[in-house]
Design a binder for this molecule. Structure first.
Ligand SMILES: Cc1cc2nc3c(=O)[nH]c(=O)nc-3n(C[C@H](O)[C@H](O)[C@H](O)COP(=O)(O)OP(=O)(O)OC[C@H]3O[C@@H](n4cnc5c(N)ncnc54)[C@H](O)[C@@H]3O)c2cc1C
Ligand code: FES
Ligand code: FES
Length: 1343
């Protein structure tokens, strides 16, 4: 290795020179830790979330121009940036200088809630504008496809960004229109007929469109001239980089690359680093030498010849996409059929940032059957040009290229130079297919490329190529099928013979990695069927085929179009009499939105290193149930940078987390009860050192029995937590005897991962005296964290201070486990006497902290022919995991919500929490409500199906209607506003007409079906444990008149600080600009309740109001004495009169409680109501579905801030869409969580948001129980995602009915593509069913 090269690149216009750049250092850690630019966020470390998006600009020597593109900083090694200019969110604008319009617009459009995804979103949009100042909506959709947001539901982000589209600015129309070509503005803006308010007091303007900064390209950083000169003068020398463990060579010349490959055949060649990077960074794969091939111009060449395109192996997928997009526009259709198919694949492959980095050669040679290119390129008869020191050879891209998973037949010293992708010939027909968990930005379960050559002027097959990725470890060609169909006419006989042959030819092993064998095989045959129809159609156009298929089959050929979500949001304006300075009731921007959009907002891991700071990494159990025989950290302790190992013996106080008398160990001491349980932790000088050392801690176990993971198994073992719950109204047993029909069934609902964008973590800083410790922590419950840390250290709470600036999302997941993690980190800080930082990696966060409980609801229902439910007996089983955590309270909420909006006169609910050997399930937005409600709605749905009635009718006739109604736990309430929401929702959604349209659609489409579904909702707000319903605040007025508001709530995107400021501003009558909220701090407001139960604003708002009113009472005499004075003068006067300008406020909430002996009580403070209606379309052949439209009417009382409340509704709904349709956690039969990152676990992306999403806040609704007549809103909207589930179920039923199958069938939640496809039973699913009932261990468990 030659001496190390100097790495030169620019960051935000500043030159960076690294003399000892480490090849293992990626841009994200470099920016965050070395440059101190913390605006770029860590969300996953594997390219799957987009939080770390930055723009890279390079000078392209061939095109002689500067090119700008987004990259994923967490996968971009800095050493590959020589000569590049990096721009981060801090480089485009700031609150101190000038905001960039992108930053301003996302903030003003309310597109930033917790703000953790915001810098990534901003950079994706900014880069788009650098390349195209007036983008189309499709451009925006494409640019943001690789950025996840867990809070907003995406719509407000799009609304902010679409203001850059010229068409949007001129027409003010959404451009999407409604079904039937109606403009979206033609309806709702003018209010609804059902809306009892005056039309004029309903607004749709959440932000003014006319006060944005103009896009000013002169504000942009220029490409550094120095880099341009450097690139023009490039010497042709290789670059050498030497790291602590890894060396990297970046040759400039092809000949040098070949020499290097000959010398070091086992050194991997990287370009985009999107395959090798995740392996090295996340899986610990180690390569001492890596060769970077991104500087070799021959590998980047793109040439068009007579026969088609030759693309260099190091060309990015975006480059390929751009080339192909150009040619399909410019060249005749018959030559570009193959390119069109390729384009279809490229457009939904990964996200834009990954496509910018990932290369064509890397995609093929990674030899991963989940990767999409090989199947389509093989079908297109592509040729690979491979080169080594010994010369060049050309090999066909076909199944023989792949030797095994991850292995090709290329010799180790060979390099792929380029790929020929030929034009299609006139009589060749091509298609590409893929089906994934999510339509975009997800690896495919199965991908396929198919090409048939027909003898000119006939319908006879000349040759046929079919390739599948995803049916085995390598690319598969069903040879028999391809051979035997040659010379046959492309007609029905060929179709049935083809399907029969594929059935034999495509052997999907039941033990295939990733499971879903039957689904994959079904897809393989279904794709062929689609291909058959497509070719028939094209041949009929040429008049050479008399094969036919019914018109109703046609829609099967149209893939779903991803659209940009649009819609209306309406809310009631405040009265005209309200002073304009009073912002209560007006849509006000999130207090920190600008800081979030500029990257200035600080999250715990953005805080600078504390002097001498260490890093902690957890060591977790690999066994589900075992005795710990020995923990041996000796090897780890020898590792570089290692400082110490901590475990139970190091805890000076109590090694436990105590929660309502339920202890849970911080460190497992003698026995482990789940995989992922924390046993110990390594503490090292750096994160990387800690991560590596943790792997060297060796734990010896003795496995114990029993061990089981599922609810069903827990029931078999009678393994339950106490208490069990029961609530009963009426006499269920008697009523069941009188019912005309009885239905006994069950529904299973899987769990959910919080997937807050910011992973859990804390920095513990010992203060060096009196055992004081400060914790900077991402917790929703600072007081509990403080208490637990004190207990673990054996120190009083008054010496422990928790600071919570903000959370990058919480959703209930940062209440419990974060307290344990904080205590563990504090123990390490105590032991070492140094500050210790804990920042969980995404995989560990998912493994350790767990999520929403899976539920099984078993029910027996008595109903009459008209759909009236006379009795229902439901037993809820939840999987609580290995410890109780909050499971009992969550079950309480499920059982207390089981009646939803229905007056079922005889109703019994039992709740049982199962104890299994899984990580303990915990709180998650909705807290059991979404599960409890889901089971009841399933009952309603199934009764409607059995009665042959529309489900909405059955819901309607069973609904609570009397003004003085009582829940099944005897809590009085008035359902009027729920019924109003329901009626208004159905009317706004135009439900009856659309139901008819759906039926019409279904009768004329065989393979695509639609469904529509609506549900009402009644959701209890507040804690049923009455003592939690309290709030506290501290308000200080300073002599300059400025006001500091502190309260016990935590800001996690919901806007609690913004609302607190609005409230303080109203009471104090000072502008919001004079009021500030800094942080939540246990030193300022003690003993605060968690920010949860949709109760944050209720509690905190009242407390802030109380404190401000106290202050106003003190100031009142001065104001009356000198009414002409200013606020500042009154405040000054008060100071000189020795009047305290600091006040605490307190809110003592209602005495909610449930007497569980009697099963009755005032469980909630009040109820939030709403209704939701959704329409979907499914593809019966693939299981894909598209969310067409959703309408929500929500009663939030008199909203304090309609923009924030609508944000909660949309964000919660989209999280519910994930819960009920795509988010699927997989546990192995050994209880190991396999879905540990965004590559395996899919939360909704932009493509999952309904194309039309309308949210209306119910007008003229007032809630006398809460602050300024408002209502809590955080949790309820999640449940509305179930409308998509029931609409899917209705669509499947339509497909089944048509095939003569029953419309009553089981479907568990989430309704994934696999379940949809397999429930749409047909001849293809039959062909795929395994010959035996299979004694194979399942790939994963429904836990
Ligand atoms: C978040 C994420 C999502 C993704 N989604 C999808 C998806 O939906 N569909 C899909 O198809 N793919 C997807 N991918 C995979 C991605 O397309 C591939 O990782 C990428 O194409 C590999 O190219 P690269 O340049 O980054 O490879 P690298 O990681 O740089 O290298 C990959 C491998 O290819 C070899 N190699 C590369 N070029 C050559 C060459 N010229 N000669 C010899 N060997 C070579 C290397 O030795 C190495 O083994 C995704 C990846 C990520 C990270
Ligand atoms: S952190 Fe880089 S993509 Fe998630
Ligand atoms: S605002 Fe997008 S993740 Fe929170």
């Amino acid at each position: 290795m030659s001496s190390p090269s100097e790495l030169i690149f620019f960051v935000n216009g500043k030159k960076v020179v690294e003399k000892n750049a480490d090849p293992e250092e990626v841009l994200l850690s470099f920016l965050r830790r070395k440059v101190g630019l913390t605006g770029t966020k860590y969300g996953c470390g594997g390219g799957g979330c987009g939080a770390c998006t930055v723009m890279v600009s390079t000078y392209d020597r061939n095109q002689r121009t500067v090119v700008h593109y987004t990259v994923i900083a967490c996968l971009q090694p800095i050493v590959t940036l020589h000569g590049a200019a990096v721009v981060t969110v801090e480089g485009i604008g700031s609150t101190k200088t000038k905001l960039h319009p992108v930053q301003e617009r996302i903030a003003k459009a309310h597109g930033s809630q917790c703000g953790f995804c915001t810098p990534g979103m901003v950079m994706s949009m900014y880069t788009l504008l650098r390349n195209k100042p007036q983008p189309t909506m499709e451009d925006i959709r494409e640019a943001l496809g690789g950025n996840l947001c867990r809070c907003t539901g995406y719509r407000p982000i799009i609304d902010g960004f679409k203001t850059f589209c010229e068409s949007e600015q001129s027409s003010g129309c959404c451009q999407n229109g409604r079904a039937g070509g109606e403009c979206c503005l033609e309806n709702g803006a003018k209010g609804s007929k059902t809306n009892n308010s005056k039309e004029s007091d309903i607004s749709q303007e959440l932000f003014p469109m006319d006060c944005f900064l103009p896009l000013d390209p002169s504000q942009d950083l220029i490409f550094p001239p120095e880099l341009m000169i450097m690139e023009k003068k490039v010497s042709g020398d290789a670059l050498y980089f030497q790291g602590e463990r890894v060396n990297l060579v970046a040759p400039f010349k092809l000949s040098h690359l070949l020499e290097l490959k000959a010398e070091h055949p086992s050194a991997p060649l990287i370009v985009g680093n999107t395959t090798i990077g995740p392996k090295m960074l996340l899986k610990g794969v180690y390569h001492p030498l890596v060769i970077y091939a991104g500087r070799i111009s021959e590998l980047k060449a793109v040439t068009w010849g007579e026969t088609g395109l030759t693309v260099g192996a190091a060309c990015s997928l975006s480059t390929l996409q751009k080339e192909v997009e150009k040619v399909v526009v410019e060249t005749e259709e018959e030559k570009t059929r193959g390119y069109r198919a390729l384009l279809q694949t490229l457009r939904c492959l990964a996200g834009k940032q990954i496509r910018n980095m990932a290369t064509v050669g890397g995609n093929i040679l990674s030899a991963n059957p989940k990767y999409d290119l090989s199947s389509v390129l093989a079908a297109l008869d592509c040729t690979l040009h491979v080169i080594s020191k010994d010369g060049m050879r050309s090999i066909p891209l076909d199944e023989k290229l792949f030797a095994d998973f991850g292995k090709t037949v290329l010799r180790p010293e060979e390099v792929l130079l380029s790929i020929d992708i030929p034009y299609t010939k006139p009589w060749e027909f091509v298609a590409a297919y893929r089906q994934a968990q999510r339509r975009e930005f997800a690896f495919s379960f199965l991908n396929a490329g198919m090409k048939v050559a027909i003898k000119e002027g006939t319908d006879v097959v000349e040759s046929l190529s079919i390739y599948y990725g995803g049916v085995g470890p390598t690319l598969v060609k069903p040879k028999l099928t391809c051979q035997q169909l040659v010379s046959r006419s492309w007609g029905e006989d060929l179709l049935s013979e083809g399907c029969r042959l594929l059935k034999e030819d495509v052997d999907v092993s039941p033990s295939i990695h990733g499971g879903r064998a039957e689904f994959r095989k079904t897809l393989a045959i279904s794709f062929f069927f689609k291909f058959y129809m497509q070719v028939v159609l094209e041949m009929r156009e040429r008049g050479v085929s008399d094969a036919d298929f019914p018109l109703e089959y046609l829609s099967a050929l149209k893939p779903f179009k991803n659209e940009v979500p649009q819609g209306q949001q309406s809310f009631q304006l405040v009265s005209e009499a309200q002073p304009s300075a009073d912002l209560v009731g007006r849509p006000s921007m999130h207090q920190s939105a600008f800081q979030q959009a500029t990257g200035e907002a600080k999250y715990y891991d953005d805080l600078p290193l504390v002097q001498g700071e260490l890093f902690i990494f957890m060591v977790t159990s690999t066994r589900a149930h075992a005795k710990i025989i020995n923990i041996d950290p000796s090897e780890a302790l020898k590792m570089p940078g290692m400082v110490t190992f901590v475990s139970a013996g190091d805890v000076p106080g109590a090694n436990c987390r105590l929660w309502f008398n339920n202890p849970e160990e911080l460190f497992a001491e003698e026995e482990v009860v789940c995989v992922g349980q924390i046993i110990g932790a390594v503490v090292a000088e750096s994160r990387e050192q800690a991560r590596r050392a943790a792997k060297e801690v060796h734990v010896t176990y003795h496995d114990l029995q029993p061990v089981f993971f599922t609810i069903e198994d827990a029931i078999r073992h009678e393994s339950y937590f106490e208490p069990k719950r029961k609530v009963e109204r009426g006499d269920v047993d008697e009523a069941l005897k009188t019912a005309e029909h009885i239905l006994e069934d069950e529904i299973y609902m899987g769990g959910q991962e919080h997937f807050y964008m910011e992973t859990q973590g804390v920095i513990a800083v010992p203060k060096g005296e009196h055992e004081e410790m400060d914790l900077f922590v991402a917790t929703q419950h600072a007081a509990f964290t403080q208490e637990l840390v004190g207990m673990a250290l054996g120190v009083d709470s008054n010496k422990i201070t928790c600071h919570v600036k903000r959370l990058g999302g919480g959703f209930g997941g940062k209440v419990m486990k974060i307290a344990s993690l904080s205590a563990i980190t504090a123990v390490a800080a105590h032991k070492t006497g140094r500050a210790v930082r804990c920042c969980l990696e995404r995989g560990d966060d998912m493994l350790i902290t767990s999520g929403r409980h899976p539920f099984l609801g078993k029910y027996k229902v008595g109903y009459n022919n008209d759909g009236t439910i006379v009795a229902a007996d439901i037993t809820y089983y939840s999987n609580g995991g290995s410890t109780l955590d909050e499971s009992a309270f969550i079950m309480d909420k499920a059982v207390l919500h089981m009646d939803n909006g229905y007056k079922i006169p005889n109703l019994r609910g039992r709740g049982v929490v199962c104890k299994t050997y899984l990580p303990s399930y915990t709180a998650f937005r909705g807290f059991g409500g979404p599960q409890g409600l889901m089971v009841m709605e399933s009952v309603l749905h199934e009764v409607a199906v059995r009665c042959g009635l529309p489900a909405e009718k059955v819901r309607d006739i069973n609904m609570y209607r009397e003004e003085q109604s009582y829940t099944h736990h005897k809590q009085p309430f008035n359902p009027t506003d729920m019924v109003r929401c329901w009626d208004e929702c159905l009317e706004r959604a135009n439900y009856q007409d659309r139901l008819r349209a759906v039926q019409l659609f279904n009768s004329s489409n065989r393979w695509k079906k639609r469904g529509i579904s609506a549900v009402p909702q009644k959701f209890g707000v507040g804690f049923s444990k009455g003592f939690c319903n309290q709030g506290a605040a501290l308000v200080n007025i300073y002599k300059d008149g400025s006001v500091l508001v502190t309260h016990g709530g935590t800001e996690m995107g919901q806007g609690i600080n913004t609302k607190a400021i609005q409230i303080a501003s109203r009471v104090l009558k000072v502008p919001v600009s004079s009021i500030f909220t800094k942080e939540t701090c246990t030193g300022n407001v003690p003993n605060a309740a968690p920010s949860a139960a949709s109760f944050g604003t209720d509690a905190v708002g009242m407390a802030v109001k109380d404190a401000c009113e106290k202050l106003m009472r003190r100031l009142q005499p001065l104001m009356e004495k000198n009414p002409q004075n200013t606020w500042k003068q009154w405040v000054n006067e008060a100071f000189f009169q020795k009047t305290s300008l600091s006040a605490t406020g307190f809110f003592m909430g209602p005495p909610t409680d449930v007497d569980w002996e009697k099963g009755e009580g005032q469980a909630y403070y009040y109820f939030t109501f709403g209704a939701c209606c959704s329409e979907v379309e499914i593809d019966c052949l693939t299981g894909d579905h598209k969310n067409i439209r959703t309408d929500i009417v929500m009663d939030v009382g008199k909203s304090i801030n309609p923009a924030l409340d609508i944000g909660q509704v949309e964000g919660g709904f989209v999280q519910g869409v994930g819960l009920y349709t795509i988010e699927e956690l997989q546990f192995s039969p050994d209880g190991v969580l396999m879905t540990r990152g965004p590559s395996q676990y899919k939360v909704p992306a932009l493509c999952d948001v309904p194309a039309e999403l309308n949210v209306h806040l119910l007008a003229n609704a007032e809630n006398p129980h809460a602050i300024y007549l408002s209502k809590g809103i955080g949790e309820p909207p999640v449940f509305f995602g179930s409308t998509i589930f029931f609409a899917i179920k209705a669509a499947i039923a339509a497909a089944r009915t048509e095939r003569g199958l029953g419309d009553a069938f089981p479907l568990s939640s989430p309704a994934t593509a696999e379940k949809i496809r397999m429930a749409c039973q047909d001849e293809f699913t039959k062909m795929a069913s395994p010959p035996t009932d299979g004694a194979m261990a399942p790939w994963c468990l429904d836990v």
